[in-house]
Design a protein around this ligand. Structure first.
Ligand SMILES: NC(=O)c1ccc[n+]([C@@H]2O[C@H](COP(=O)([O-])OP(=O)(O)OC[C@H]3O[C@@H](n4cnc5c(N)ncnc54)[C@H](OP(=O)(O)O)[C@@H]3O)[C@@H](O)[C@H]2O)c1
Length: 355
């Protein structure tokens, strides 16, 4: 576990915490226009929870699904007629300012990052202590906020679903987005040989984060040219099993995290069909949903600290521009991660420029 740097943050006294805070709030499902900056009550941590002064958050397609309420089956979790949790934002990086009962791992002043499900597009947010880990001292809040959901998905997909090992041949399709940029770097950190697939304008970036080969999908069809891979880690999920199976070596596996999205069921029906089809041969297909695990966040903190992964950040938006950031993400062609900086956008941009 990474050591905590307690030197730079003096926790506020009880009467210094504001009763109200600025937050991005949504009262109904819809396009990102439903997101509004408002003053709301500052939340209080319950048992097992901490209150974080949010420095930065990042966007995931998960936030898109929670904001738009699509696919409709997402509403079973997010609230049937309107959002259960009014403030989006799952990824967080910030400073602990209060701890609830039974909290043993953190105390006020600790710098943390993690995945809290909702509420991070705000000045303060509550998260379970098990969803958070210490932020490495040499990593900025913006970098740390880029990591949680995207990198957990890449790690769990490659390691737990794909069984990655040194020397394995891995192809990452959709290598230039949030999950893909971490998948390339994490696969390299496991000692794999990595081919990245992305669009023309992102080929240089994919090579710069360690891909051994890069395929521009606007020019070449990887399912026609590539063969003999142990793992096809697919962040686009746009091709049928009859085509992706050709890319795999016997015994190889296609780990998919998404697919063509049906309005009600999302990608799940198509993915279930592909998984069933893959039962009849010597190559397998699987899909999964990432889980928040403390030990995996700690592993990612270690990779960050060691410089084995460096978040690729396309842009840093101020909290008030969360809707613009989500709109950009929704177009489906972000370069790495989009960050929300809650405190100090100018400083955040300068820090990003110097990283
Ligand atoms: N199962 C899970 O637990 C889980 C977790 C996180 C995310 N997801 C899902 O996984 C998907 C990727 O997430 P993300 O956070 O990486 O999204 P993202 O940041 O929006 O990145 C998507 C990337 O896909 C690339 N892309 C689009 N069309 C492509 C194509 N035809 N071929 C290859 N690449 C293509 C885009 O790059 P170009 O601009 O180069 O086209 C873009 O960079 C989303 O659908 C998300 O909902 C699932």
């Amino acid at each position: 576990m990474t050591d905590i740097d307690r030197s730079s943050h003096t926790p506020p006294a009880a009467d210094e915490l504001p009763l109200r805070m600025r937050a991005i709030v949504q009262d109904r499902y819809g396009t990102p226009d439903v997101l509004e900056m408002r003053e709301v009550a500052t939340p209080a941590p319950g048992d097992g929870e901490v209150l974080i002064r949010v420095e930065a958050s990042s966007l995931n397609m998960y936030d898109w699904h929670m904001t738009t309420g699509t696919p409709y089956m997402a509403r079973a979790m997010a609230g049937l007629t309107k959002p259960k949790h009014g403030i989006p934002g799952a990824d967080v990086a910030g400073v602990v300012v209060r701890v609830g009962g039974d909290v043993t791992r953190f105390r006020p002043g600790d710098e943390v990052f993690g995945e809290i499900g909702h509420g991070a597009f705000a000045e303060y947010a509550v998260g379970r202590e098990t969803s958070l880990v210490p932020k490495p001292a040499g990593v900025t809040f913006e970098q740390a906020a880029a990591v949680p959901l995207a990198a957990l998905t890449a790690l769990q997909g490659l390691r737990d679903q794909g069984g990655i090992e040194p020397g394995k041949r891995v192809l990452v399709n959709g290598a230039s987005g949030g999950v893909g940029t971490f998948a390339v770097q994490i696969a390299k950190s496991f000692g794999a040989e990595v081919t990245a697939v992305c669009s023309t304008g992102k080929v240089a970036m994919a090579a710069s984060i360690g891909a051994d080969r890069v395929i521009d999908y606007t020019r070449d069809d990887y399912t026609a040219t590539e063969r003999g891979y142990d793992i096809l880690f697919d962040n686009a999920g746009d091709r049928p099993w009859s085509e992706t199976s050709r890319v795999l070596a016997p015994g190889g596996i296609n780990v998919t995290i998404t697919g063509p999205k049906h309005a009600i069921l999302g990608p799940f029906r198509r993915l279930a069909v592909r998984k069933l089809q893959s039962r009849f041969g010597d190559r397998r297909m699987t899909w999964f949903t990432a889980q928040v695990k403390t030990e995996d966040l700690e592993l990612l903190a270690g990779l960050l600290d060691a410089g084995s992964i460096t978040p690729v950040i396309e842009a840093i938006y101020p909290l008030a521009d969360a809707a613009s950031a989500l709109r950009h993400l929704g177009h489906g062609h972000a370069l790495g991660k989009l960050i929300i900086s809650v405190r100090d956008v100018q400083g955040a941009e300068e820090r990003a420029a110097h990283d």
